[in-house]
Design a protein around this ligand. Structure first.
Ligand code: GLU
Length: 377
């Protein structure tokens, strides 16, 4: 019998596998867990044999750096974290290379920053590189370029990087491997009787509340960011699974649609590459609050956003920058590139097109955000 999972998972030809720091490093007692990497490589080899292309998003550079220096506590200062990542990243890649070679697999390192993905030509370059690696059966191993990314331009964590890379390489599944069995009804660290949720078909705000912060002192994010990632994937029309990377044959079983981990069911329509880039690739510089009429036109009738429907703005941006569009209660309903700077838009909000020239002496289009440059969320 076909299940919700098998409908989606039986079709997967390309998968992004995100590996958390806690799986890759043993903390105080050991460095990089080569045994874990060995089983990962073995499973990936099996997937490749079945014609499934794999890309890895790896964490663990900072954790490996800590081990190398004999330190056990993750520092808070950015420059210390960056130095640790620089030390650990080469150790990490070395381990991938050696272990994967034993299984006849080749790996390639790709380090990305948020700016690389926000910039369309650089985004295309990264896409082309990944595709060329796939053609040559080489496994791309992606991490954030921690040594150059400062707080404001960081992906935040590798769960979010995983979603963006899934779009970048047009994969049909994101698997987030961690050290718990999936997403639980309540935090299993606090409540050992907490129940695992096997499938999530509808995303509601309760999930965000349930998601708790990580207790680990080596990685970042915890369930909170995994749930954010799941929301992005569901909205983009791509399935995601959170599962325990320490479980034997976990990847193999996920792709055989076995009930492992938590499966997040995608929206029926897959977002186009450009729309997903608009939605998640570029960070929003500000927020436009719209009235109910504009909300209806946008959400139900797929119309552009006109200045007349704008109630208020938050933030400062230039023409062409990405902005969030929120309804009267502050809920984000869409995202798009603004035709006007926040300064100009602030002067013409609520106005009809005919009044705009009079007010600011120019018109950069009748729309504040054109429907072609807008994505509904
Ligand atoms: N890029 C970080 C590292 O390799 C990991 C970030 C994360 O754990 O989300 O250490």
């Amino acid at each position: 019998m076909k299940t919700e999972r098998s409908v989606h998972l039986s079709k997967v030809r390309r998968v992004v596998i995100k590996i958390g720091s806690s799986l890759l490093t043993g903390g105080k007692t050991s460095g990089i867990r080569t045994r874990f990497l060995g089983h990962l490589a073995e499973q990936i080899k099996g997937l490749q044999k079945n014609g499934i292309q794999c890309l890895i998003v790896t964490s663990g550079a900072i954790a490996a750096g800590l081990f190398e220096l004999g330190q056990f506590k993750r520092p808070k200062e950015m420059e210390k974290l960056q130095a640790l990542a620089a030390i650990g990243q080469s150790n990490l890649m070395h381990a991938y290379e050696i272990v994967f070679k034993r299984f006849g697999l080749k790996v390639a390192q790709i380090l990305l920053t948020r700016e690389d993905l926000a910039n369309r030509p650089r985004y295309s370059n990264a896409h082309n590189t990944v595709m060329e690696l796939f053609r040559n059966k080489i496994i791309p191993v992606v991490n954030e370029n921690d040594t150059v990314a400062v707080e404001e331009i960081k992906f935040g964590n590798n769960d979010i990087l995983g979603t963006l890379v899934t779009h970048l390489c047009q994969a049909d599944l994101l698997v987030v491997l961690t050290d718990t069995d999936g997403f639980f009804e309540s935090d299993p660290h606090l409540n050992p009787k907490a129940k695992l949720i096997s499938t999530i078909t509808v995303f509601d705000s309760g999930l965000e509340k349930t998601a708790s912060k990580s207790f680990s002192n080596i990685g970042t994010g915890g369930m909170k960011t995994k749930i954010q990632a799941a929301k992005m994937m569901m909205q983009s029309g791509i399935p995601m699974v959170i599962a325990n990377g320490n479980t034997r044959n976990v990847l193999k079983n996920i792709l055989r649609s076995k009930p492992v981990g938590t499966f997040f069911s995608p929206a029926p329509q897959k977002m186009s590459s450009r729309k997903s880039w608009l939605a998640w690739g570029v960070q929003a510089k500000g927020e436009i609050m719209v009235d109910d009429g504009a909300k209806k036109a946008l959400v139900e009738m797929d119309k552009s956003l006109l200045p007349s429907g704008i109630m208020k703005l938050a933030g400062i941006w230039n023409r062409g920058d990405m902005v969030k569009i929120v309804d009267r209660s502050g809920v984000e309903i869409a995202r798009g590139q603004s035709n006007y700077s926040s300064r100009d838009l602030d002067q013409i909000k609520g106005m009809r097109t005919s009044e705009i020239v009079e007010k600011i002496g120019k018109v950069s289009g009748a729309e504040a955000v054109h429907r072609d440059n807008l994505v509904k969320l």
